[in-house]
Design a protein around this ligand. Sequence first.
Ligand code: NAD
Length: 234
Amino acid sequence: MSDYDSIVILTGAGISAESGIDTFRGKDGIWSKIDIEDVGTPDAFRRNPEMVHDFHNQFRRSLQTHEPNDAHRALARLERGHPGSVLVVTQNVDDLHERAGSENLIHMHGELYKARCEACGGIRHWTDDLGLETACGDCEAAGRMRPHVTWFYEMPMGMEEIQSALGRCDLFISIGTSGNVYPAAGFVADVRRGGRAHTVELNLEPSEGTSLFAEYVHGPATEVVPAYVDELLG
Ligand code: NAD
């Protein structure tokens, strides 16, 4: 059993790739098929809300066809079995971590299964399509509901709690993320500035930031994550 007190794990699209959800930047990634500026920014939503809703509606519908994989399950097992604290900070908008059993979890880029009213700020669990005719269940304003996700140029969620956990942790693990999207890509540097945490990258291939990690294991998440968790749990 490892003697780490506090473990923070950052996950990205790569952990859900073997569940069948496309990553953003890979060869067949979502951004190779569609322009981010058309569907993933606040400006796109102002210009063409139908198109932005359509993209997110399709993504939300597709989630029902995907199941958590062994990497998601291994992280839930780590949370249950580790005597210290384990926090998963995910950039993913899918719900595969919670379906695998992770409980101490922050969705820094929001959740596709939530919708937010831009008029009153109310947030609701949401599994249906959103559209211009959708009315808010709280303030009844129509046409102001949007996916509760962080678009490019918006501030991620839970940053205060995340920064405080990064400052306390003695093990930081980054899984399935390309190291392109800030602030998440900067977490390893933040942790290293603290000077006391061990840092590990688990990714299919070296990411942009691999050299910043003290240790790395490259391979598919469903293989390298369960093996690393087994090591931690002894
Ligand atoms: P990214 O697409 O930029 O990078 C994915 C990373 O995962 C790459 O480094 C790739 O090498 C790695 N990878 C691919 N397959 C893997 C596997 N089987 N095992 C381990 N690693 C694998 O994704 P990102 O860095 O997370 O940033 C893009 C943004 O888009 C994030 O906010 C991300 O979460 C979001 N996004 C979310 C989903 C989702 O919710 N499932 C899907 C696509 C994108």
